[in-house]
Design a protein around this ligand. Sequence first.
Ligand code: MSP
Length: 510
Amino acid sequence: MTQTSRVRAVPRFYVTTPIYYVNDVPHIGHAYTTVTADAVARWHRLLGDDVYFLTGTDEHGLKVARAADEAGRTPGEHADATSERFREAWELLDISHDDFIRTTEPRHHQAVQRFLQRVYDNGWIEKGTYAGWYCVACEAYYAESDLVDGNCPIHGRPVEWLEEDNYFFKLSAFEQPLLDWYESHPEAVQPEGKRNEALGIIRQGLDDVSISRTSIDWGVPVPWDSQHVFYVWYDALINYVTAVGYGADPERFEVWWPTVHHLIGKDILRFHCVYWPAMLLAAGVEPPHRIHVHGFLLVGGEKMSKTSLNQIVPADLVDDFGVDGFRHHFLRDQPFGPDGDFSYEGMVNRFNTDLANNLGNLLSRVATVVTKKCDGIGPQPDPDSPLASVAREVYETTAAAWAEVQPSRALDATWRLIRDANAHLETNEPWKLEPGPQLDAVLGDALEVLRIVAILATPAIPGTAAEIWRRIGLSGSPADARLPGAAAWGGYPGGVAVEKGTALFPRISS
Ligand code: MSP
């Protein structure tokens, strides 16, 4: 009798950030989306998933061409220089992307041309004349009724009247297919409020949209008409399929595309939750698996942008709070979904409470007592410790929150374990105990909590988690741990050297 051997496929997880315009330098709004995507990617790596994490830069269009002009450079030179700034910022913030796409790369031009040629061949693109109010900052046309006092509804800046011969994507034909898709994929857009917003846009009725320009040449040429380049948004969205081999490597595309999770800010909801699924349907490709939409980071109640004075550069905050202080703050303090107000004071508070007091103190207290009373050798945890059940619950809550792309809730859960371990130390006062089984159990339990926390906090504070791991005497890295097994109580081996070291997070005075 033959037996069919079943190979259990490793789950795949494809996660993307928006690709950032190169007219602007990286600010904390961009960093917020990117750090969140990074943390989610790292969580899935801990689960043992095969992860592909994509970020990159959006380099075509009028906005970039004008910014280059102002800087006295060609668009290509300007794109090279600014794209590099994004790469540097992500390196500084410990971003673990697998791919950094630039829309000026040949692989992208090729994919855009193949994708839109397919849409054209399928009969969803036709020629017409376009006239309308155009906001260069948005790279978008607005209807008269969308304007606020004659200005762009997003930027509040004057719009320009543009008229040109364009190719149009027949978006109007996709109203019903989009509604059907939303109906059959109720979880595709998260959170639900944002799904309703997208449905609202579709139900109001969709006009055909212009997807090409003749007025500039800084773009991807339309393959069937060399007078035109594609309008920047219709080239940009396609980056998500370019990176996993659309039109170039069908096998690769087949396995990765169905697992995609887009992370975006609410400013680009219309493009991602209406136009993009319609374009994919028009090309005969399944719309995105998930789109997670977050709110704006506000400073003093205003959105950050190049034109406002409140723009904050990530590197300045990293100077004050360190990379992990930066990452932890934005992941923990800004729930994913609603708008959130950023303040320096709030950042100092979060740093002092979570990192210096709770986490930093737990490590330093335990390491101090182990050094003094156990010759620096960490004891084993107690299998029946009251902290074991807390650790189990914390794991469940943490895992559920990461699965829903809710880093703030995930970290809140993880920190409960730290708080409970500190309380356990205060109750048992190991610093007053004589060496013996009781002391060993209390210290072993706290070391076990630190081991589990190092794993669960890896997505947020990877550098610190690795340092805790090392100081409590473990080899390898917490990033190599595999969940859920690695979070089970009792993994700390005991009998290993614990290092006290200097404070992980020295308190910051406000
Ligand atoms: N290039 C387009 C996106 C194309 S994706 C196919 C674009 N770029 S952008 O540089 O303006 O960046 C947009 C993204 O940056 C937002 O969607 C959001 O994720 C992030 N943010 C920019 N400013 C932000 C805040 N003030 N707050 C939170 N996120 C912000 O649009």
